[in-house]
Design a protein around this ligand. Structure first.
Ligand code: FAD
Length: 299
């Protein structure tokens, strides 16, 4: 089932959940236990991140297939930087064969050695992967990543917004946002897309703050901005009450952010679970989003 259709049919705000495939096979049982724990949120869909290269790519396929087998509507992330088109075509076919109908079409990040030549390779940007997927798997649901604060490489808001609109027009049915902490950035992004005549649903991505360390790690990887006020309040919580107080302050913040996002018309919330269940459940509870029934299509 295409996620864009599920979003359209949703009867109320929903959760979607993002997981990353455990790198060690020994961690799979506890990983699936977390997934089952989060089933209580009736996610509209579950997505699985993608690491470039052989084994990590196979992990994405295996985990997404297992989630589909367990009855979740699933989406595999897929990056195209440095990939050859035939291996991408095979991956897309493999996904369909195991019942995965949706893909998050991403460019990905080039190798960190600084020697990457953007002219190299078949795919330069996510928009190329959107078009390729649309051509090779016309019935596949396609989502793309969007950035409430512009993508860190982008020289300006305006240019980033234009490229975002282009990849949506190339055939994406919905978008999932990068994590962010200022709701006004999400509102501005959506307003910009609407002004360009695009009514594509944009599911905002929320990071439950598990600890200062994990926050720093995630921020250093994705380049998102954190408002000074939030950072200082987390620092103060850490000073006064340590890790638990940071988690509680992060939880309060996420709950307020979710309420504001739903008030301003977000169709649902994409939780970056970091493969942790308890905090996600607490956030849903306190945001008043624990429901007994799926919003539709979710399980
Ligand atoms: P693009 O849309 O190609 O954009 C990248 C940059 O290029 C932007 O600055 C954009 O403005 C610019 N640009 C776009 N089109 C053009 C054009 N035609 N001409 C000139 N400039 C252009 N990474 C992973 O490796 N695995 C994952 O599983 C993963 N999951 C993610 C999930 C979400 C929800 C998000 C938000 C990000 C995820 N990422 C993942 C990170 C992502 O790969 C990086 O942010 C990457 O740097 C950009 O990917 P993109 O698809 O947004 O690229």
């Amino acid at each position: 089932m295409q996620i864009s259709s599920l979003i359209q049919a949703a009867t109320g705000p929903f959760f979607s959940l993002e997981f990353f495939p455990p790198s060690a096979e020994a961690d799979l049982p506890s990983f699936y236990a977390t997934v089952e724990q989060l089933r209580a949120l009736h996610p509209l869909f579950a997505s699985v991140t993608y690491g470039a290269g052989g084994a990590r790519r196979r992990n994405t396929l295996a985990v997404t297939a297992e989630l589909a087998r367990r009855g979740f509507t699933t989406m595999a992330h897929l990056t195209c930087v440095g990939a050859d088109p035939e291996s991408i075509a095979v991956f897309l076919k493999d996904l369909r064969a195991v019942g995965v109908d949706n893909v998050l079409a991403l460019r990905g990040d080039p190798p960190m050695d600084g020697r990457w030549d953007w002219k190299e390779g078949y795919f330069q940007h996510a928009v190329d992967l959107v078009a390729f997927t649309r051509e090779r798997q016309p019935d596949m649901g396609i989502g793309v990543a969007v950035y409430p604060a512009p993508h860190p490489e982008s020289p300006s808001f305006a240019l980033d917004r234009r490229h975002t609109a282009d990849k949506l027009r190339a055939g994406a049915g919905f978008a999932v946002s990068q994590l962010f902490f200022d709701v006004r950035e999400y509102e501005a992004l959506v307003a910009d897309l609407r002004a360009r005549g695009l009514d594509t649903p944009v599911v905002p991505g929320i990071l439950p703050i598990q600890s200062f360390d994990s926050l720093r790690r995630v921020l250093s990887l994705c380049g998102a901005n954190i408002p000074g006020k939030l950072y200082l309040s987390l620092e103060e919580a850490d000073r006064k009450g340590g890790a638990e107080a940071v988690r509680d302050a992060g939880l309060d913040f996420a709950v307020r952010q979710i309420r504001r996002l739903l008030d301003c018309g977000a169709p649902g919330i994409h939780l970056y679970t970091l493969n942790k269940g308890d905090l996600c459940l607490r956030i849903a509870e306190e945001a008043g989003m624990r429901r007994s029934e799926p919003a539709t299509g979710g399980c």
